[in-house]
Ligand binder design. Structure first.
Ligand SMILES: Nc1ncnc2c1ncn2[C@@H]1O[C@H](COP(=O)(O)OP(=O)(O)O)[C@@H](O)[C@H]1O
Ligand SMILES: [Mg+2]
Length: 284
């Protein structure tokens, strides 16, 4: 047995004995903005925590529109800067509705300008802190810049949110295509949001999947779709969560189904820590 095989064996053994200790890093991304990423990430976190009893950390990694705290009616005082200045993740984490939120992590790439020992300390702290959670859900910005693709590639899977609009479909395809072509990453789960009905969801999924099959030679998995619902808009206006306020709304039921699938899937053990991977990608 060579060293690599030994390491692999050890990893498998640790995994077998220690399943609970692994956290799942799941990102939420889209090509186009305004398709419902943040609303999905927040309600998905809520459902994982409150319906499935999971420990969940929601990370806001959207620079332009970091609005996780807006939906949750929180006022974060800290950001990545606070970590560099010596605070611990547990000092800056916020709690709401049964899960935790780490605000302001969109600035992680600015770590580059600091000394290595400082970066390492922040990364080690974040890695240790993440072990307290079953799921780490990451809300990203729209688009295909290096920051977004870094968060996606470091995650063990990425929910790609689109709507049935042709522009949203095109942008979702472009995002998946570039991440797959450039980085060979394809752990995507497509979720079509704001659908009028099941037919519209299936048509949208098929359009995207046909392109993926034809041009990328790949099938794209979809764990479900989300209906358009006035209650989503109402809840956001009232700074409430649709999954909490409207438990029998079709949107809530659909998100519970997607979360059930997520919980049912085995944890994929990553060889390298999420945070290390992320920092490596961000630097390029
Ligand atoms: N399923 C839905 N039904 C109705 N409106 C929705 C739905 N999902 C999202 N929206 C609307 O879209 C807006 C943008 O959602 P948001 O999650 O902030 O998008 P993103 O994070 O992708 O920019 C929300 O404020 C809400 O009004
Ligand atoms: Mg958003």
């Amino acid at each position: 047995m060579n060293v690599n095989q030994q390491a692999q064996k050890l990893l498998e053994l640790v995994n077998k004995n220690n399943k609970e200790k692994y956290s799942k890093f799941v990102s939420v991304a889209s090509g186009k903005g305004g398709v419902g990423k943040t609303n999905f990430a927040v309600n998905f976190s809520y459902v994982l925590a409150n319906k499935f009893d999971k420990k969940v950390l929601l990370i806001d990694a959207d620079v332009g529109m970091a609005d996780v705290h807006v939906i949750l009616n929180l006022k974060p005082q800290n950001s990545i800067k606070s970590l560099i200045e010596g605070k611990k993740p547990e000092d800056i984490v916020l709690s709401a509705k049964g899960f935790d939120i780490l605000p302001g992590l969109s600035g992680l790439d600015s770590l580059d300008t600091f000394e290595d020992y400082l970066i390492n300390k922040v990364i080690t702290d974040l890695a240790e802190f993440s072990q307290n959670y079953d799921f780490i859900v990451i809300d990203t910005a729209a688009g295909v810049d290096n920051k977004v693709t870094s968060f996606v590639r470091a995650s063990s899977k990425s929910y790609i949110i689109t709507t049935p609009e042709p522009t949203a479909i095109m942008d979702a395809y472009a995002l998946m295509k570039s991440i797959y072509k450039i980085y060979d990453y394809a752990d995507f789960k497509l979720v079509v949001n704001m659908c009028k009905n099941k037919n519209e969801a299936i048509n949208t999924y098929e359009r995207l999947n046909n392109s993926a099959k034809r041009f990328l030679n790949k099938n794209i998995d979809s764990p479900g779709w989300l209906p358009f619902s006035e209650n989503v808009k109402k809840a956001i206006k009232q700074k409430k969560l649709v999954a909490e306020e409207y438990p029998s709304d079709p949107f809530t039921k659909a998100i519970i189904e997607i979360a059930a699938k997520e919980v049912g899937e085995e944890v994929k053990v990553e060889k390298e820590n999420f945070w290390n991977k992320l920092m490596g990608f961000l630097k390029k």
